[in-house]
Design a protein around this ligand. Structure first.
Ligand code: SAM
Ligand code: SF4
Length: 424
């Protein structure tokens, strides 16, 4: 196993999009996008809310630290402006996801304004919540909508780890928020955890999982800490010397996985877990798991409309990303333009590779008909990362940590990129 870790622990994309954003062709497609959106019967919406009240040192997200509510009110007005420019119909919105940053930086008043102007009451709601900064009454307000899913950024329950990442978040607080939510809503609950953080050990992971199990979320994301201080300077506050790498980092994941499996979770896709017999577990058994920028899901429409700074939109033929900085995002909208700064128009080859990579990342198999001449899987077969089963190659349990490496075989644009994190 050591040899495999040394061989395959290289920088590879996570393939939340294919092609990855670095390879987008930046074809002009802004007006084609609005036409496309308006032709759809159903769309999903994503709102990016970049504000956080404190900086977590490990953070690799697009966020701005502020507690200034007037900035957040102003941002909400720009979300409305962006929607207006798209000229899309609210009645088409099937689902809405709020991601961050911290979506609950928005006040109840801000949410009401988005519901009055954009989101129909029928839309399924999913939201990322920070238990440390919840406005009184917000859970009740959200529960009165069609709330289907709430995700909490937990990362780790160990106090030493929390101090080392500047995210102090007591277990009792999370317990209370989860119990308040459950008393008002039957939405599914996800916890985000990270392995490879400073001060983590097998013992601390054990304690964290005991606490996680007490609260019994339906789903758990167990992300590998991506340490990219050149891209996220705040990560310089975390010393390289305090971090585990390669095999010893992966041991934390394998240990957590064993513990989670022993208390009723099943590993699905890449670094996610679902309670046995939950919707996502059943979808993974049917090989019908889907993936979006927000994680795994059982259903999604063809079209995701991203609203807000840095949001990504996706249609069958397109990817588009909004300006990342709030200032630039505002400037676009002030001049009456949709705020796209990066775009990609999909070729037929792109669509094929995207389909194959998605199947791998979600449902862990390759259809033999998709392996074209010139694509060589022999190394993975020899190393037993893949197993042949009839018309398919399945990812073996040995191969699972190297899912991203195997997916990269189908990436037509792959270049060695230091901006991707290591596979382990
Ligand atoms: C985009 S963030 C937004 C969630 C929310 N702001 C929170 O932290 O409560 C979603 C998740 O990404 C993960 N994450 C953030 N920075 C990371 C990093 N450097 N490496 C791995 N995962 C990271 C965390 O688990 C976080 O909960
Ligand atoms: S991890 Fe989440 S809460 Fe922490 S700074 Fe990043 S976006 Fe904000």
């Amino acid at each position: 196993m050591d040899q495999l870790f040394n061989k395959y622990n290289i920088n590879v994309p996570r393939y939340t999009s294919y092609p990855t954003i670095m390879s987008w062709n930046n074809e002009k497609c802004s007006s084609d996008w609005t036409t496309h959106v308006n032709r759809q019967d159903e769309i999903d919406l994503y709102f990016h809310i970049p504000f956080c009240s404190e900086l977590c040192w490990y953070c690799g997200c697009n966020r701005k630290i502020t507690r200034d509510s007037s900035q957040i009110d102003l941002y909400t007005e720009y979300l409305l402006k962006e929607w207006k420019l798209l000229e899309a119909k609210s009645s088409k919105v099937k689902s809405v996801h709020f991601g961050g940053g911290t979506p609950n930086a928005l006040s109840i008043k801000n949410f009401k304004s988005l519901y009055q102007n954009i989101i129909p009451e029928s839309a399924e709601l999913s939201i990322e919540l920070d238990p440390r900064t919840l406005e009184e009454g917000l859970l009740t307000y959200l529960s009165s909508k069609n709330l289907k899913h709430a995700s909490f950024g937990i990362q780790d329950f160990d106090v030493d780890v929390q101090n080392a990442i500047n995210r102090y978040q007591p277990f009792d607080l999370v317990e209370k928020v989860v119990s308040d939510l459950r008393s008002q809503s039957d939405c599914s609950i996800n916890f985000d955890l990270i392995y490879g953080l400073p001060k983590q050990s097998i013992d601390s992971i054990h304690e964290t999982i005991v606490k996680v199990k007490k609260l019994n979320p339906d789903y758990i994301a167990l992300y590998s800490y991506a340490h990219l201080p050149r891209m996220f300077p705040a990560q310089k506050l975390i010393k390289d010397a305090d971090l585990k790498n390669g095999k010893s980092k992966r041991e934390l994941y394998e240990y957590a996985k064993k513990e989670l499996e022993s208390v009723g979770y099943v590993e699905i896709g890449l670094d996610h877990f679902a309670l046995k017999d939950s919707k996502l577990h059943k979808a993974s058994l049917r090989r019908s798991l889907k993936r979006s920028f927000m994680g795994y899901t059982e259903k999604k429409t063809q079209t995701l409309v991203g609203i807000g700074a840095s949001s990504i939109s996706e249609g069958a033929d397109f990817y588009l990303q909004n300006a990342k900085s709030i200032k630039e995002y505002f400037e676009f909208l002030d001049s009456g333009k949709l705020p796209f700064v990066k775009t990609h128009l999909m070729s037929n080859e792109d669509k094929e590779s995207k389909r194959i990579i998605n199947e791998l990342m979600c449902n862990l198999y390759i259809d033999k008909r998709d392996v074209q001449e010139g694509t060589c899987l022999n190394e993975y077969l020899d190393d037993k990362l893949l197993e042949e089963h009839g018309d398919t190659y399945l990812i073996s349990s040995i191969g699972r940590p190297f899912l991203r490496n195997i997916a990269s075989t189908f990436d037509q644009y792959l270049v060695s990129e230091t901006s991707f994190s290591k596979s382990l």
